[in-house]
Design a protein around this ligand. Sequence first.
Ligand SMILES: [Zn+2]
Length: 288
Amino acid sequence: MTDNGSDAGDTAGDEIAHQAGDVPVHPAYGVVRGVTPYASVLLCNNPGNMELDGTNTWILRAPGSAECVVVDPGPPNKKGHVKRVAEQPGIALVLITHRHFDHTGAIARLRKRVDVPVRARSAKYTHGAAPLADREVIEIAGLRITVLYTPGHTGDSVSFLVEWEDRRALLTGDTILGSGTTVIDPSDGTLRDYLNSLNRIIVEGEDAVLLPAHGPDHPQVGPVARYYKKHREERIDQIVAALDDLGVSAKKAKPMKVVRKVYADVDKKLWPAARMSVKAQLEYLREH
Ligand SMILES: [Zn+2]
């Protein structure tokens, strides 16, 4: 969501991959790292608070397929990254997990190099094709890709269930990250949508490999999704207890008063972010 990198450091991370030997491990900048037989990642060198080590651009291709699919080409100002993405042979489609600019910023630059359809849930980021529909199945690059609406982080967030033979992976965008927890964008994300989406991911993707848009991949979606759910529910319980102590309803509570109580032991620099999160939780409690 924020960007504090520049083109200057775009190739600096190449050494990290080499130090780790022939088999790169996350975070490996500047190399295509194979994660499953049909999914590889090109990590962009745009680390930050929201981006963790940077944006994961996923390259999907069944073994032996001449075609591939690119998911989330990355931020706007990373020429080297876009060049590396565009060099992947046989790009037939670009998919977008959600509108944030560290995922969509590179679309224009990539389209100058490869003229292929770009598809997102939002028409704004869709080119040369229709926007994505929930439960739509895309057969491409020897794979079966099912679109799942998973709003909450943003209103337009989707996940992609990728199936090849009897193997499954779930690309979760920013809905589930490889480490830490995600934020709910106050402009169109809601906690209610987010919790529903976590439930949907647990049902649909339990045993799938987790391929997130930031941070390392994990062998199974289920445990990570359940951890996210538990974390959110614990926070909601804390807010309910704080409201009880303050003797005020979710409707009348002032977010900052709740922050002072629940986040008393947290650095005050983090309070504005905490306020955003408390606001989302109070909205959720008002509806329940
Ligand atoms: Zn995002």
